[in-house]
Design a protein around this ligand. Structure first.
Ligand code: GDP
Length: 356
């Protein structure tokens, strides 16, 4: 790949389209870096589409410090009303299936149509520095050079619930900053797909044409969640196999109960590398959004997701408050021993801890 020529005049990515007011806010921001900043500072920055301030606000969301969370929650509340005109697309598939190549190809197409795209991830096993899913920006080289693309790695390792909440909140801020198409990527490991599906409008499964039984190893539940199955790498010698796999998956989908959306899940072949099939996928997505907006499913699903998130957050908060309680911390191990020695039943041990 040819190296990009660097000009002395080029600005760093992320601050290249700031206005003079933004420039002022950025320098103000740096000055008060160590001090407390008002939520209004971030909200205004985000509304102006300032990427630096958006990134700082996301860092607050990801922080476990209580004072950061307080500011973050106020920013999120103010940004919520600004996030209505977006679409959120979930993408999953095993490592190597071509997710980032696909997002890059699809994302570049959307950008050429005037869209602003954000790429986020849910990867509970992620350790930022180790360059796991989306940790390594060079995976989407062309996209990361675009000013209308914003790529953010998964919040670093934690409980799936915690990582999912942070990603869901990050979506809100990205949308308030003007990003109208949000991709949420995850690896095919089961639970994280459910989390992605709980915060996206459309769920896409990337697959490869296998040599043997096409349906082997595919988790039925995940296929059932998909609005679209893309058989990727349908190019070169692989094309025939991919076409055959498409027919097989189409048959398999017929066996599933109809989707709540009223939409018939589709199977297509594509090549993220050559771009074949990408325009058709773009059309399919537009059809889906038109269809589900007309039958109101789009809005009902978002409402349901908000309620789901509320209960998920209650569960997370209760769990973390419980385990962080000092009495609980002090007695947990002792009670564990009592349970092991048969002195207490697990139920009684829990009752003691809950009272504390
Ligand atoms: P991810 O782990 O799912 O994000 O997969 P990547 O996008 O990193 O792709 C894994 C490998 O497959 C890379 O070497 C890509 O160049 C290659 N690849 C991705 N999409 C295609 C495709 O459509 N055709 C072919 N032939 N190779 C592809």
């Amino acid at each position: 790949m040819p190296k990009k020529t660097k000009s002395a005049l080029s600005l760093k990515k992320g601050v290249d389209n700031i206005t003079s007011t933004d420039e002022k806010s950025v320098s103000e921001f740096r000055k008060v870096k160590k001090k407390f900043k008002s939520p209004e500072f971030y909200i205004q920055g985000i509304k102006k589409g300032n990427i630096t301030i958006l990134s700082q606000a996301i860092t607050l969301i990801e922080s476990s410090k209580e004072e950061h969370q307080t500011v973050a929650q106020e920013i999120i509340s103010k940004c919520l009303p600004l996030s209505e005109n977006s679409v959120r697309i979930g993408i999953t598939g095993v490592p190597g299936v071509g997710k980032s190549t696909f997002i890059e190809a699809f994302g570049m197409r959307l950008i050429s149509k005037g869209k602003k795209i954000a790429v986020l991830a849910i990867d509970p096993s992620s350790k930022r520095s180790k360059g796991s899913i989306l940790g390594d920006k060079t995976r989407m080289e062309r996209l990361s050079a675009e000013k209308n693309a914003f790529i953010r790695p998964s919040p670093s390792a934690g409980s799936l619930g915690g990582v999912a909440r942070k990603t869901a909140e990050t979506i809100i801020l990205c949308e308030a900053a003007g990003f109208d198409t949000i991709f949420i990527e995850t690896v095919g490991v089961g639970q994280s797909e459910i989390a992605v599906s709980s915060m996206t409008d459309f769920f896409m499964l990337l697959m490869l044409a296998g040599a043997g039984d096409e349906l082997q190893g595919i988790k039925r539940g995940i296929m059932e969640m998909a609005d679209l199955i893309v058989i990727n790498k349908a190019d070169g010698d692989n094309l025939k196999k991919a076409t055959r796999a498409k027919a097989e998956y189409q048959n398999a989908l017929h066996l599933f109960p109809p989707a709540e959306s009223g939409w018939n899940p589709k199977v297509v072949t594509a090549s993220a590398e050559t771009g074949n099939g990408i325009p058709e996928i773009d059309d399919l997505l537009n059809d889906y959004f038109k269809f589900t907006k007309e039958n109101n499913y789009f809005f009902e699903k978002r409402n349901k997701q908000a309620i789901y998130r509320m209960y998920e957050t209650i569960n997370e908060e209760l769990k973390s408050k419980f385990y962080n309680n000092s009495e609980v911390k002090n007695n947990l191990k002792k009670l564990e021993k009592d349970v092991l020695s048969g002195k207490l039943s697990p139920y009684v041990a829990v009752q003691i801890l809950l009272k504390q």
